[in-house]
Design a protein around this ligand. Structure first.
Ligand SMILES: Cc1cc2nc3c(=O)[nH]c(=O)nc-3n(C[C@H](O)[C@H](O)[C@H](O)COP(=O)(O)OP(=O)(O)OC[C@H]3O[C@@H](n4cnc5c(N)ncnc54)[C@H](O)[C@@H]3O)c2cc1C
Length: 424
């Protein structure tokens, strides 16, 4: 950055963006030429690429492959980066308070803190299931999985291994499909002593179909692909309780579950900092058409965190990117003395993968793809959106390695030992 631009930024209005995910980073990029002093605040020093977390959880990628350093991302956009957790917000004085004590004043604020797993009050779900929302979650899941496999391979514990994935959305489908492939393809070479028939993967979904936002034909294709991989798919099945070692269904039947992964819902958790802001469905912050928080002139919210009552955008990467860009653009307009414009979501389609050479793509014009072509498209798009050339290259190598060498014992990335008593 030139000295002139640095000086210009130092004199400009102060904009704070909280959250370094898709929405926050897009907002920071959109503010690049606004003349503002932009500060990106994020509790981690990295941005997480959530769509590939299931690959980390199933030992196909390392956790570094899906993380990108935020000082680099912020620096490229001419912003400064502060690692910190937003703890309190004073919209009267226009100050954000970080958990470690730092205070940052703002002229404009963009909130993009995303959401986290929601358990909908299901007894034991928070305590006895694993989530797949953060990089840490994916590493915990991978370590417990590999530990469980190793113990069984060495004959040190009960040979049965039941894994339950709760939730038939994209995350649940991707995880269940890949766990089944791990068992079917990688296990004989990597963990030869394990009896594959004793390793069961079950996917439980409350709705009568998987992947609800997709057309019927793609939903059915997805179900068939999971069945072909020997996943036990249970639709129209509600979970009443998650217990240590089992799940209890609403009809009273109990299924053994050595590991239960909760992929059934998300919500914006209540926190001190959002106590004074209007919260709608799923705890999301209510915004108006221009993405300004309802009742606020200088505070915007974007991405998974925000909800526009009349037209809620899906909680996916594309809406988050577009909303972040829009929120940043609106702040730039206000700084330039221009009025804001309403946000309009451009649907670019949705896609989900089930396993190797199997994916579904649904484009807005009605075009639908499935199978190998869809899978290649899915892979290409994820590589494009992954941040950083190093991550793209390493991910391409790791995933190619996984899919080419699985049956010979390759493509299983070693985890860390689980302390005694922590795993299953
Ligand atoms: C496992 C998984 C798979 C997914 N797969 C897909 C997919 O294939 N395709 C797709 O389109 N979408 C997918 N999604 C959804 C997509 O990742 C989200 O919609 C998107 O990440 C939302 O972006 P965001 O910027 O709103 O929030 P996030 O990406 O969640 O970013 C929010 C950021 O805010 C930070 N933060 C939170 N609280 C604080 C605080 N108090 N202080 C400071 N920082 C804070 C968090 O650490 C995080 O970095 C997936 C999600 C998950 C969990």
């Amino acid at each position: 950055m030139s000295a002139k631009r640095r000086r210009q930024h130092a004199d400009g209005p102060s904009v704070v963006v909280v959250g370094g995910g898709f929405a926050g980073l897009s907002a920071v990029q959109a503010l690049g030429r606004s003349g503002a002093t932009v500060t990106l605040v994020e509790q981690n020093i990295y941005s997480t690429f959530q769509p590939l977390l299931y690959q980390v959880a199933t030992a196909g990628l390392t956790s570094a492959d899906v993380a990108y350093p935020l000082w680099a991302a912020a620096g490229k956009a001419g912003a400064r980066f502060r690692k910190g957790e937003l703890a309190r917000l004073d919209t009267e004085q226009r100050v954000v308070y970080l958990a470690a004590g730092e205070q940052i004043s703002y002229d404009y604020l963009i909130l993009a803190t995303g959401v986290s797993a929601a358990f909908f009050g299901v007894a034991g779900a928070a305590e006895h299931s694993l989530s797949l929302y953060t990089r840490r979650d994916s590493v915990t899941l991978r370590n417990q999985l590999l530990d469980a496999l190793e113990l069984r391979n060495e004959g040190l514990t009960d040979p049965e291994l039941d894994i339950t994935v709760v939730g038939g959305g994209a995350t649940g489908v991707e995880l269940a499909g890949t766990l089944a492939e791990l068992r079917n393809i990688a296990l004989p070479a990597a963990f030869p002593q394990i009896d594959r028939s004793a390793f069961r993967v079950r996917l439980i979904e409350m709705a009568p179909a998987l992947l609800l936002p997709y057309r019927d034909s793609l939903r059915e294709y997805t179900r068939q692909q999971l069945l072909r991989r020997s996943v036990d798919v249970m639709l129209g099945t509600a979970i009443k309780e998650v217990r240590p070692g089992s799940v209890l269904l609403a009809d009273g039947t109990e299924h053994r579950s050595d590991m239960t992964v909760w992929a059934a819902g998300i919500g914006a958790p209540a926190a001190d900092w959002n106590a004074g802001l209007p919260r709608g469905k799923g705890g999301r912050i209510e915004v108006g058409p221009d993405l300004r928080v309802v009742g606020q002139d200088r505070v915007f919210a974007a991405g998974d965190l925000s909800i526009n009552g009349s037209e809620p955008a899906p909680q996916l990467a594309q809406p988050a990117i577009q909303q972040g860009r829009h929120a940043g653009g609106q702040v730039a307009r206000l700084i330039a003395g221009r009025p804001t414009e309403p946000f309009c979501y451009h649907d670019k389609g949705i896609m989900a993968t089930i396993g190797r050479r199997s994916a579904v793509v649904q484009l807005p014009a009605g075009l639908r793809l499935r199978g190998t072509m869809a899978w290649v498209g899915w892979l290409g798009l994820h590589l494009i959106y992954l941040l950083g050339n190093r991550n793209r290259l390493v991910t391409l190598v790791n995933l190619s390695w996984r899919y080419l060498t699985w049956s010979r014992g390759g493509g299983v990335i070693i985890g860390d030992d689980v302390p005694p008593g922590a795993g299953h």
